[in-house]
Design a protein around this ligand. Structure first.
Ligand SMILES: C[S@@+](CC[C@H](N)C(=O)[O-])C[C@H]1O[C@@H](n2cnc3c(N)ncnc32)[C@H](O)[C@@H]1O
Length: 292
């Protein structure tokens, strides 16, 4: 007991190497160079990761614990860590605009994405959202990712495979105007320019009461989508915008970063349930102002 308390107070005992998992082939790791640049890679024996600060041999990393300092072929120090889901999404090879972690988190929560779910998304784009969806439906769920452009589909597929999630996702090269193959899916998310054009297709694929979601960058698009959701009788419609303010982590001078991303997109959520069956909450009573 006394020993445990001592341990808690002091530095963790790093002599017990068994507490650190060792990197294995196929693990996805993040290499951070001295100047903070990030490279993520899937470990494979004999492979080499090129960076602007020299080459790192994968064989230097396999069988070793993460969090260690590594020296590149040009003598630069770097550190190798496990990437967070947010980093995996941000570091994809981008050929399109992507969904960021701040929106993906809301999508996962609002659309009830959990292990075993069957989810459709379109378009695949660069596969950033695909990675988040696949991570959450793993290991027995499935993501069906539709994309109209072959070059983009192949890039998204490579990004998802690099994140180690290739087996969870079925990519389909198709204009979604032609409809989806699946029926009775739990959730369907659209990140396309004109989502209002595909609501019949979405309704046919979703299970009754299934979750619908979309992201669009402008309010004009939100209005068109709202009108169409009304026409095609989706219920429980919600619109939201999410802001993230990060801080400079300096204990004695804590303040927000100078630059903030002002706008990414509007999220629209609904359910495949007719509005009559989806009770609207009673209007909130306005509180009387103090003194009035
Ligand atoms: C903004 S990107 C999607 C980004 C993706 N959510 C991500 O996080 O990487 C939009 C994609 O939708 C695709 N797209 C647009 N209209 C489509 C349609 N009718 N059918 C299939 N894909 C479509 C585009 O080719 C593009 O790749």
């Amino acid at each position: 007991m006394a020993r445990d308390l001592d341990r808690g107070r002091g530095k963790a005992d790093r002599t017990d190497a068994m507490t650190d998992a060792l990197s294995q082939p196929n693990d996805t790791v993040l290499i951070i160079t001295e100047d903070g640049k990030k490279f993520y890679t899937r470990l494979a024996p004999g492979y080499r990761q090129h960076t602007h600060q020299g080459i790192i041999d994968h064989d230097q990393l396999i069988g070793q614990p993460l969090g260690r300092k590594i020296v590149s072929s040009t003598g630069h120090a770097c550190v190798v860590v496990e990437p967070s889901l947010a980093e995996l999404m941000k570091e994809v090879k981008r050929k399109t605009q992507i969904v960021y972690a701040k929106e993906a988190g809301r999508i996962i929560f609002k659309m009830n994405i959990y292990p075993g779910r069957r989810v459709i998304e379109a378009g695949s784009g660069s596969g950033a959202l695909t990675i988040a969806l696949a991570r959450f439906v793993s290991p027995h769920g499935r993501v069906y990712s539709y994309e109209a452009r072959d070059d983009l589909l192949r890039n998204a597929q490579a990004n998802v495979a690099k994140a180690g999630l290739g087996e969870i996702v079925e990519f389909k090269l198709r204009d979604i105007a032609e409809g989806f193959d699946e029926i009775g899916v739990d959730a369907l998310f659209l990140d396309v320019r004109e989502p209002w054009l595909y609501l019949v297709q979405a309704k046919n694929a979703l299970k009754t009461s299934g979750f619908f979601g979309a992201i669009v960058p402008t309010t004009n698009q939100v209005s068109k989508l709202l009108q169409a959701l009304h026409t095609y009788e989706f219920g429980g419609v919600e619109v939201e915008e999410n802001f993230l303010r990060t801080y400079k982590p300096v204990p004695g001078r804590l303040r927000p970063e100078d630059i903030m991303i002002g706008h990414t997109g509007y999220l629209v959520f609904a359910r495949n349930i007719t509005p009559e069956n989806f009770p609207e909450p009673p209007p909130r009573k306005r509180r009387q102002r103090l003194g009035s």
